[in-house]
Design a protein around this ligand. Structure first.
Ligand SMILES: [Fe+2]
Length: 185
């Protein structure tokens, strides 16, 4: 379940509050329960997945993809698996933990583990959003944001794309308001 965290340490877990705050930025958040099928659970509990296993897991949530294709025009989907055994994990996460934008929407459906999105509000304030299994989030193109793990080590998420070249990060140079944002895994 999503949790909003502010630079002064205050937190909020009320879904309606969080959804309204995100809506100001054009961000949509939905609760889509992760699949409960025993085989899906088995795959979600694994540290890493082969390409075949990723595809098998994606099939469990392809009803969501069909809906997104129909309603939002997304064309492709894949699965990202972050875990502590990835040799260059810090370099990988380092691409996205600075404030940036993309030319395409950044769409993630978290199936296991957790991660943190950071967002910049119109007045310049910032907050973190912890996303966990069952959270679907759509960050619109050109929205200033970042992503970090903050000490979590695992996350499995489906990514949906209109155009896969659209998720190249464009750094805005704005400093983050969270002092400990460099912690990754
Ligand atoms: Fe991003």
């Amino acid at each position: 379940m999503a949790r909003m965290i502010f630079p002064d340490g205050k937190e909020n877990t009320d879904f309606d509050f969080i959804a309204a705050r995100l809506a100001r930025l054009g961000i949509s958040l939905k609760r889509w329960p992760a699949p409960g099928n025993p085989r899906a659970r088995e795959l979600l509990d694994k540290q890493s997945l082969t390409d075949t296993e990723k595809e098998e897991l994606l099939k469990f949530v392809d009803n969501r993809f069909e809906e997104l294709k129909r309603d939002k025009g997304y064309q492709t989907r894949d699965m990202v698996v972050i875990h502590e055994g990835i040799p260059n994990l810090a370099d990988l996460l380092g691409k996205f933990d600075k404030i940036h934008t993309h030319s395409d929407d950044e769409v993630r459906y978290i199936l296991a583990g957790s991660g943190y999105f950071g967002f910049v509000e119109p007045e310049g304030g910032q907050f973190l959003l912890e996303v966990t299994a069952g959270d679907y989030i759509n960050v619109p193109a050109n929205a200033e944001h970042w992503f970090e793990m903050k000490g979590c080590t695992r996350c499995k998420a489906v990514r949906y794309f209109i155009d896969t070249s659209g998720w190249t990060p464009h750094y805005t140079g704005r400093p983050r308001a969270f002092a400990d944002a460099t912690a990754t895994a």
